[in-house]
Each structure stands twice: as C-alpha cells, then as structure tokens.
Design a protein around this ligand. Structure first.
Ligand code: CUA
Length: 310
C-alpha cells in the first residue's frame, strides 16, 4: 500500500503472476502487430506511390499462399490466448478442496466478513499466507463487486444468490480491498484492507480478538431462536425433514426432481420454502423473509453444514 506511482499492483497471491503473464503476452502481441502494421503502411506508401501522371497500376491476382499465411497465424495466436485464458479462468474459479471458507456480505456501503472460527470484521479481512481461502458472498441490497487488486481477483456479489471466489495469499502485508461495482452515493467509500499474516501471526490474531463462537454455534442459536428445531428433528415422523448429513447430498423433491443441498438451496428453502419441497413432506413451513438477513442465513447454513452423520 502507498508505494508511490506504480503501474501494477503488487503480486501477492498464487494466481497474480499468472494473470500478469497472460496480460503481458496480450500487450506484446498487440504491440508487435501495431508496430508492424504502421511500419508496413509507411513502406508501402513510399514504395508503391504513383511515380508519373500516366501510370496505371498493375492488376495483382490473389496469392493463395499469402491468404493462408495471414489466416493461419492469427488463428494460432487466438488459440494460444484462448487455451491459456481458459485454463487460467478455470484455475481462478475452482477453489481447492482444502480451502477455508469465509463468508462475505456486501451492504450499502460496507463489507461484512465472517471467519470460519466466528470472528467478524467490517471492511477488513485478515488471512494467513499459504492457505487457500474461499469466499462465499451475498449482498443485502444491490450488486457490489469484491475486488482485491494485489490478488488479481474480482467477483460480483449479486442479490438473491451466492457467488464465490478463492485465492491463496503469498506475501504478508496490507492490500487494498475495493467495491468495483457502482452501488450508490457512497460506492467510492466502500473499501477496506486485506491484512495478510504469517500463519503463526494469524493464529495470534485469532486468539487475541474478542472471544468469538464458531460460526456454526452462532448459527445453531439462530436456528433455535427461529424455532426451526421444532419441526426439523432427526426423527422419521417429524414435520420437517432431518437436516443431519444432508449438506452436499441429493434430495428428492415432491415433483420427482432431485436437487443437491447447497448454500443456494438452503437459502431458498428458508426464504421461499414452497419453491422446492422435499418428497414426503407437506408445504407447512412459513417463509422467514424479513426475519433473517444475509448474515444470519450464512450462519444457519454453516450450522446445517456442521450437522454430519456420525
Ligand atoms: Cu458496493 Cu460499490
């Protein structure tokens, strides 16, 4: 942060250098052809200029070799960019299995962040180096975009659904965090900082903070507060389906379809319970719209995720 004039932000994640290499390659190709074309325009203008008043230009028939050459070279170049770009895109969008999951909620005009261990932060994100981190993101109001230039990651946060992104920080330090989608009058103030620490320092930071309960414990409290546990009991004749061990598993619906229980399905089932009813149950669950915000939804989701079969 604040290192005077810099053309590029620091490279502080595992993907940053790779994104930059691709970017440099695109610039190099564009520069090469721009210079070549300007040079040839100049050479041709001089060489093939009209030399006398009576001169009639000679007709030039097509030249197959040349046609093939200037079709194949751009095609190959485009394929290189496509394969390279697509590979990098997949890397950027598929978090590793061992990624720690953090939750981010955007709100006019701040970022609300929850650690898996329960710590909560506003406009600050503390992370350890060498640990892949997945952010699951939601918004309370309009579209925002979570952007950390030094990590070369940016993802829109869209109302009504979850988006996610991941990164692995490599260098301890402080980096900018921006909202990169115009979201109202104070959009420009919706920014913060990412603090990257050595794993040991991060552990210290975690334990030094306010004694927080893990996310799933907070979620369980909310679950009881809203009386979800009166119907969702782990018994065969309960009014609602058991939630033990359901996360990540397929569930059969009344209409015969099957869906996988993920963050999006849980969110929808809380806000709009009648949309997808599990087979064998009646549509008796009321909506909890207005009684729970995005932060609460993520806490309950964390709780449901933690309910694994022994
Ligand atoms: Cu949030 Cu711009």
């Amino acid at each position: 942060m604040n290192k005077g004039f810099q053309l590029f932000p620091e490279q502080a994640s595992t993907l940053a250098a790779q994104v930059d290499y691709l970017y440099f390659f695109l610039i190099a190709v564009s520069l090469f052809f721009s210079v070549l074309i300007f040079f040839l325009i100049y050479v041709f203008a001089v060489r093939y200029r009209r030399k006398s008043e009576q001169e009639v230009p000679e007709q030039i028939p097509g030249l197959l070799k040349l046609e093939i050459l200037w079709s194949v070279i751009p095609f190959l170049l485009c394929m290189v960019v496509f394969v390279w770009g697509a590979t990098l895109y997949f890397d950027t969008y598929s978090p590793p299995k061992d990624a720690l999951e953090y939750y981010v909620v955007g709100k006019q005009w701040m970022w609300h962040i929850q650690h898996p261990t329960g710590q909560r932060e506003i406009n600050e994100l503390h992370v350890p180096t060498g640990q892949p981190i997945k952010l699951t993101m939601a918004t309370e109001d309009v579209i925002h975009s979570f952007y950390i230039p030094a990590f070369r990651v940016k993802r829109d946060v869209v109302p009504g659904r979850y988006t996610s992104m991941w990164f692995e920080a490599t260098k301890p330090g402080e980096y900018h965090l921006f909202c990169a989608e115009y979201c109202g009058t104070k959009h420009s103030q919706m920014r913060g900082r990412v603090v990257v620490m050595e794993p040991a320092d991060y552990q210290n930071w975690l334990s030094g903070g306010v004694a927080n309960e893990p996310l799933e414990v907070i979620g369980e409290k909310k679950f009881r507060q809203l009386a979800c546990h009166t119907c969702h009991v782990d018994k065969p004749d309960a009014r609602g389906p058991s939630l033990v061990g359901v996360f990540g598993e397929p569930v059969r619906l009344q209409n015969g379809q099957t869906v996988t229980v993920d963050e999006t399905y849980i969110r929808e089932s809380i806000l709009n319970p009648n949309a997808k009813i599990a087979a064998g149950y009646r549509p008796v669950m009321p909506t909890f719209k207005g009684q729970i915000d995005e932060v609460g939804l993520l806490q309950i989701t964390a709780y449901i995720k933690s309910l694994t079969k022994e």
